[in-house]
Design a protein around this ligand. Structure first.
Ligand code: NDP
Ligand code: OXD
Length: 308
């Protein structure tokens, strides 16, 4: 089988050696010089150029080099070929670490104390305990539910929102349009772990911020296009929002002149919440290739209608 491989990862060499070790007869064709498009059976890609995948007539499976698949569905010429995403427990654990740290930092007023330290100002603020802090998680899928359970185990008062109704022990679950307003009204720290789809793009905007209690804080680890950046700046300016931890951005890398870099109430990380790891993800790819070879159903296929 011939695999088209396109990545910008620093771990490309490790990816290739792991795939070759697990599937010795796999022919890995690295983009952009991948030879005859007519020979490609499988694609393992991150942000392929629009129109590339439709030039592969024998393509049987598109595999995302990440959990998200928005980088595939944004191609207007994406062929009607099954799309698989990575569901890796290691990545989920990393994300939960990131979200826990971000929520704890906001909960413990870290941004305020960092600002005070810069100004050498000694001032104490009232500190609620976790049980008195209401956290809301947008998206209760692989990542959102794991993060919600961990936050709950730390004592936070946790709610979550999804498209379909859920029943997760210890988590107040809300669903659909009507559920969103109810969850926002009780949320002091909001975590976005939604996939980016036409329905969720721009969800973190002025309307949503206004539905949160005054001074609420947000963590965005979904995608940059969930957030309306000017609305965040306005909400921080007016005091409607008290702070934000952001890992994903409309433009990545975040441009040097972007106001988020220097904003005293924003913490920026460079899209590192959960990194794709060749040692744990290559076995998932090898398993999918085995399924294609033997006509078995592939796990973690994406619904093309929902786009996640
Ligand atoms: P899943 O597909 O497992 O879960 C998605 C969740 O979002 C589901 O609960 C789903 O509801 C809910 N959802 C989707 N659309 C809507 C909607 N319109 N209204 C309400 N709820 C909705 O995704 P994952 O948890 O695996 O991943 C989530 C995202 O995390 C990825 O798509 C990616 O963008 C991001 N990510 C970011 C990383 C980083 O490093 N920053 C790393 C990895 C992922 P339902 O359950 O009802 O279907
Ligand atoms: C992913 C990501 O989707 O790293 O896996 O953002």
């Amino acid at each position: 089988m011939n695999l088209l491989f396109k990545t910008s990862s620093l771990k490309a060499t490790l990816w290739q050696s792991e795939l070759q070790r697990l599937v010795p007869d796999l022919v890995i064709r690295k983009w952009p010089d991948f030879g005859d498009p007519g020979e490609i059976d499988l694609a393992l890609v991150w942000r392929p150029p629009h129109g590339l995948l439709k030039t592969l007539p024998k393509l049987k499976l598109i595999m995302s080099l990440g959990a998200g698949v928005d980088h595939l569905f944004e191609d207007p010429e994406l062929p009607r070929v099954p799309v698989m995403r990575l569901v890796d427990p290691r990545m989920i654990g990393e994300m939960t670490e990131y979200v826990t740290l971000a929520v704890l930092r906001l909960h413990r007023l870290d941004l305020t104390y960092l600002e005070q330290q810069r100004e050498r100002r000694w001032a104490e603020h009232i500190q609620p305990v976790a049980a008195e802090r209401r956290v809301g998680v947008l998206g209760l899928g692989q990542y959102g539910s794991d993060a919600a359970f961990r936050l709950k185990s730390l004592g936070f008062d946790v709610a979550g929102w999804s498209r379909s109704p859920k029943n997760l022990p210890g988590i107040a679950c809300y669903a659909g349009e009507s559920g969103l307003a109810a969850m926002l009204a009780r949320t002091e720290i909001l975590v976005c772990l939604l996939p980016l789809t036409p329905e969720t793009e721009g969800i973190l905007g002025a309307g949503l911020f206004a539905a949160l209690p005054r001074g609420a804080m947000i963590v965005n680890v979904g995608r940059g296009r969930h957030l309306v950046e000017v609305d965040l700046l306005a909400a921080l300016e007016s005091g409607q929002l008290g702070g934000a931890v952001l890992d994903v951005f409309r433009e990545e890398p975040l441009p040097e002149a972007h106001p988020f870099w220097r904003h005293p109430h924003i913490l920026v990380t460079p899209h590192v919440a959960a990194a794709t790891n060749p040692l744990t993800c290559a076995p998932l790819i090898a398993e999918a290739i085995g399924c294609i070879r033997h006509g078995r159903p592939v796990a973690n296929l994406v619904d093309p209608e929902r786009q996640y």
